[in-house]
Design a protein around this ligand. Structure first.
Ligand code: HDE
Length: 691
């Protein structure tokens, strides 16, 4: 026998796994199926008398409500999820036996959860932070959880440092703030004392950490994994996700303003894109290399603070991921999904990366305090699909299956006695690649992990000037929030091992003297050839696809112009929102009424990718007197966005101190605006920030 009736879905009285909203009204019942006649009043001894303990309907309802919350994730608490599929386009049969990577055309269902790291579940979507990118593939051979980030390296080399790192970045222990922010003493203190963090720190200070949309981030498996074949052959592999919409980040001031205007900016953006049929997509890329090749690299591929430059090992695209369904229920799916990096089908394996090895323990362990039971794998979002599980694990809190028969141990001979004997080992099942290993038991770190600066330097020197400046100003911002001067000093000494101009820029921004002595180094720095693939701004494609335009309209606006703009924007596969001073909208030139999608006060330009001022004579003076309108324009300019205007809007541009440039265009030329809106205007930065 198998685990008996376990193959049957056991959730819900009717055997259904999903309790779906039904058009016909169902009876309201207790959890035990008794129909409720009155859901407005509790059972009382007289109209003005006390409530009776006997009221089972009341007690059950309040009892359940009192326990609705479960502990949030200790990291990555704030997340947004979606369902979709992964389709393989190129077989990796030469490297792995995992069917998810060998059967071209095969569509594998997935659940994906994006997240920030430091903030609590109710924190905002746009702080400066790493983004989690966790994918659960429900493969035919068992779940594969690729639990990655949008940055290809990690802060630390050994999992034993993770609690320290996370304690330092979360709100400070005594005062309970700041929430969802790395700009405080304890984080920078830890960083300053841990030079291995330098490489990832620079990524976290780059614009990668303030993305415009979850649909526009890359994802990385971070660790080196193995692809293995039956014959004992093994290759190393790194996984990459590349968004079809291209990468796009915000400006820091923009991210801060979005946080105020729409704390759910990323969650809403993902949900609305999927709901409107604009399904986000990513390519899956792999870098595959041999153990012998890896030994030639000037870094250790088992060290998660290092990446393998694409110029050294190219990324080959092997499939794509499409997110085409929003979850039906946030808690049931996005909150209860449990990712385990140790979930891998046969043919995909761990490397000996000590960070990855530590994660194998943590993720399973944490589900017990979060989901409360060793049976968390039975929750629908976590169950393998299309491949039932059978074993002798039994009982525990919230066991929802009914394993049948006497056999709950193995080996057994019950089958010989004519009774079901239960599942048996499969010789072709998961077999670990026989990696030779030997050594002395000791708390050590490999000498090959000693170089903390070469790749930090590689990253910094590979960036464009604009990006280097953004990194410097992010560090200035964060260190300005640090109150203990010695911490700033140690950071600058670490950074002196990366690049002297960076240290000069940051020191200037802080208004302090640049150090002359770098922090001690445990290994010589190896200068590597700059890798343009590590840039971000260069990867912004000139496209409006998936972006959103804010059109500020006034009474008297020209409806024909508006139509032309909306049609051009829609043709470019972007969307447009009408903003006006009143949600009731405006009266257009032809006398018709135009409903607004958003009110100006609550819709700063920060939440749009480019803006249009469709201003007519009738509405111009009211707008000119409205600070929200001036800020709308001046922020769009400062956030480097295209602005299209009618001639009547010129006075508003002047009041907002907007200087004419190629990003400020005529609203009557819809096609030219779409082209202009497909990029940001970095040259403006020189005019908006003090040097
Ligand atoms: Fe995680 N991490 N992590 N992490 N991590 C968790 O697991 C941990 C690391 C990542 O949407 C927790 O189920 C340790 C690297 C993502 O549900 C926890 C170490 C990378 C998510 C945990 C790391 C990640 C988590 C909290 C150092 C990128 C969110 C809740 C060895 C490759 C998954 C949970 C989701 C979540 C531990 C380092 C990514 C506590 C000990 C490196 C995307 O188990």
């Amino acid at each position: 026998m198998t685990n008996g009736r376990a193959d049957i879905d056991f959730v819900g009285s009717g055997g259904e796994t999903h309790q779906t909203a039904s058009a016909s009204m169902e009876r309201l019942t207790t959890n035990h199926g008794v129909a409720i006649s009155d859901n407005q009043n509790s059972l009382r001894a007289g109209g003005r008398g006390p409530t009776l303990l006997e009221d089972f309907a009341f007690r059950e309802k309040i009892f359940h409500f009192d326990h609705e919350r479960i502990p949030e994730r200790i990291v990555h608490a704030r997340g947004s999820g979606a369902r979709g599929y992964f389709e393989l386009t190129k077989s990796l049969a030469n490297y792995t036996r995992a069917k998810v990577l060998t059967e071209v055309g095969q569509k594998t269902q997935v659940f994906v959860r994006f997240s920030t790291v430091a903030g609590g579940a109710g924190s905002v979507d746009t702080p400066r932070d790493v983004r989690g990118f966790a994918v659960k593939f429900y493969t035919k051979e068992g779940n594969w959880d690729l639990v990655g980030n949008n940055i290809p390296v990690f802060f630390i080399q050994d999992a034993i440092k993770f609690p320290d790192l996370i304690h330092s970045v979360k709100m400070e222990a005594d005062r309970g703030y700041p929430q969802a922010a790395s700009a405080h003493d304890t984080f920078w203190d830890f960083i300053s004392l841990s030079p291995e963090t330098t490489h990832m720190l620079l990524w976290a200070m780059s614009d990668r950490a303030i993305p415009r949309s979850l649909r526009m981030i890359e994802g990385f498996g971070v660790h080196t994994f193995r692809l293995t074949l039956d014959g004992g052959e093994s290759h190393f592999v790194k996984f990459h996700w590349r968004p079809k919409l291209g990468l796009q980040s915000t400006c820091w001031d923009e991210a801060v303003k979005i946080a105020g205007a729409d704390p759910d900016f990323h969650r809403r953006d993902l949900y609305e894109a999927i709901a409107s049929g604009n399904f986000p997509e990513w390519d899956l890329g792999v870098q595959i290399f041999t153990e012998e090749q890896a030994l030639q690299f000037p870094f250790d591929v088992l060290d998660a603070t290092k990446l393998v430059p694409e110029e050294m090992v190219p990324v080959q695209v092997v499939g794509h991921l499409v997110l085409n369904e929003n979850p039906d229920n946030f808690f049931a799916e996005t909150e209860q999904v449990a990712f385990l990096p140790s979930n891998m089908p046969p043919g995909i394996e761990a490397s000996e990366d000590p960070l990855l090895q530590g994660r194998f323990f943590s993720y399973q362990d944490t589900q017990l305090s979060r989901l409360g039971s060793t049976n968390f794998h039975q929750i629908p979002v976590n169950r393998p699909k299309g491949c039932p599980f059978h074993n002798m694990q039994r009982d525990g809190h919230m066991q929802t299956m009914v394993p049948m028969g006497r056999a709950n141990y193995e080996p057994n001979s019950l089958a010989e006695a004519g009774e079901p004997g239960g599942p048996r080992e499969t010789p072709s099942g998961y077999r670990t690649h026989p990696v030779p290993t030997e050594g002395v038991k000791a708390r050590v770190r490999s000498e090959t992990f000693a170089d903390h600066y070469s790749q930090a330097r590689l990253f910094y020197r590979s960036q464009s000037n604009v990006e280097q400046q953004h990194i410097a100003s992010a560090i200035v911002f964060e260190l300005s929030k640090v109150q203990i001067p010695a911490i700033r000093g140690r950071i600058l000494q670490n950074l002196l091992n990366v690049d002297v101009t960076l240290v000069e820029g940051v020191s200037r921004g802080l208004g302090i003297k640049a150090p002359t002595e770098p922090a001690p180094r445990a290994a010589e720095i190896v200068d590597m050839t700059p890798s343009p693939a590590l840039r971000l701004i260069d990867k912004y494609p000139p496209t409006l696809e998936g972006r959103c335009i804010g059109i500020l309209v006034t009474d008297g606006a020209d409806g024909k112009l508006l139509e032309a703009l909306i049609s051009a924007v829609t043709k470019a596969r972007a969307s447009a929102k009408i903003v006006s001073s009143r949600i009731g909208g405006v009266m257009l030139k032809d006398g018709s009424t135009l409903q607004a999608d958003a009110q100006l006060q609550g819709s700063p330009s920060a939440i749009f990718d480019a803006v249009v001022l469709l201003v007519a004579k009738e509405g111009a003076s009211a707008l000119l007197a409205d600070r929200a309108a001036i800020n709308f324009v001046s922020d769009a300019y400062a956030h480097l966005k295209a602005i299209a205007v009618t001639p009547e809007a010129r006075a508003i541009l002047d009041k907002a101190d907007v200087k004419a440039d190629e990003g400020v265009v005529d609203a009557s030329k819809a096609a030219a605006f779409v082209k202009a809106a497909a990029k940001r205007y970095y040259a403006r930065e020189a005019t908006i920030h003090a040097p």
